[in-house]
Design a protein around this ligand. Structure first.
Ligand SMILES: C[S@@+](CC[C@H](N)C(=O)[O-])C[C@H]1O[C@@H](n2cnc3c(N)ncnc32)[C@H](O)[C@@H]1O
Length: 250
């Protein structure tokens, strides 16, 4: 059966890819990649004669025949998405059509932008007593979000809120969030996290929009709004000597 590997490239830095993803990339004979969100140097991992096709200007109707034809010819085909393919990557529609064409699909996960950003800041997003929940979402924009997942509803939890694809809507996002989070809630703004020109800053919520606009951020930007980002002197039960559990009964 013909096969395609759909791979998460991670946030950008080559050494943040999984070993399995790198192996598939090195073996690929045809690479179809999301060039608008992945640094060009990823191509250095491919064989010299690998056919590399960028998708930023293509439609699903153009991408699918490329994948299917190459797989049916028995070639090793990789579809490369930024971050983790299960997040905002139009994965589902591609898999459905590939399976309809009787192509076997393998998905290899990648590190998502929110994880790379939290790591770059040496931060934990689930701090006991502060928040135990991470929400991954986006400003509504042209794609829209179901009404029950409106930003107001998400913000009302005061959880760690990671917003993808939202830089163009940052003013209205900030305005909505200020109705729910205190104005000095820390917001991590991450632009091209792990790329060579990475820029990350933590600002108070009330400066989320102005900072983004001053920096001219429109694309490849993630926001993490989290009361956990500036927590000091909080400790969990996990390594607390008063807390007994299966592996530490004494
Ligand atoms: C189409 S979505 C794909 C998300 C991706 N699948 C992931 O798991 O990170 C693209 C959005 O992800 C975020 N993003 C992806 N890579 C990023 C990076 N290196 N730095 C900051 N944001 C990033 C931005 O919000 C960008 O607009």
């Amino acid at each position: 059966m013909s096969k395609i590997s759909i791979i998460g490239a991670g946030p950008g830095a080559l050494d943040l890819m999984t070993q399995r993803a790198i192996k598939r990339l090195r073996e690929a004979e045809v690479l179809v990649w999301t060039d608008s969100l992945i640094p060009q140097n990823i191509l250095t991992l491919c064989k010299e004669n690998c056919e590399c096709i960028a998708t930023s200007s293509l439609t699903l109707e153009q991408i699918l025949p490329i994948l299917i034809n190459a797989a049916e010819q028995g070639k090793k085909v990789v579809r490369l998405h930024d971050g983790d393919p299960c997040l905002f990557g139009a994965l589902s529609e591609q898999i459905q059509l590939l399976e309809k064409a009787k192509i076997q699909v393998e998905v290899i996960p990648g590190i998502s932008a929110y994880q790379a950003t939290a790591a770059a800041l040496n931060s934990e997003l689930t701090i006991p007593g502060i928040t135990q929940t991470i929400i991954l979402s986006r400003a509504s924009g042209r794609t829209g979000t179901p009404e029950r997942e409106g930003l107001e509803k998400l913000a009302s939890t005061n959880a760690s809120l990671c917003l993808y694809l939202s830089a163009r809507h940052v003013s209205s996002v900030e305005k909505t969030l200020l109705n729910f989070y205190p104005e000095d809630t820390p917001v991590a703004i991450g632009y091209r996290v792990s790329w060579e020109d990475e820029w990350i800053k933590i600002v108070p919520l009330k400066k989320m929009a102005s900072t983004s606009q001053e920096k001219g951020l429109i694309r490849t930007t993630i926001y993490i709004i989290s009361p956990g980002l500036d927590v000091k002197n909080k400790r969990s039960n996990l390594y607390n000597s008063n807390h007994k559990h299966l592996f530490r009964s004494q």
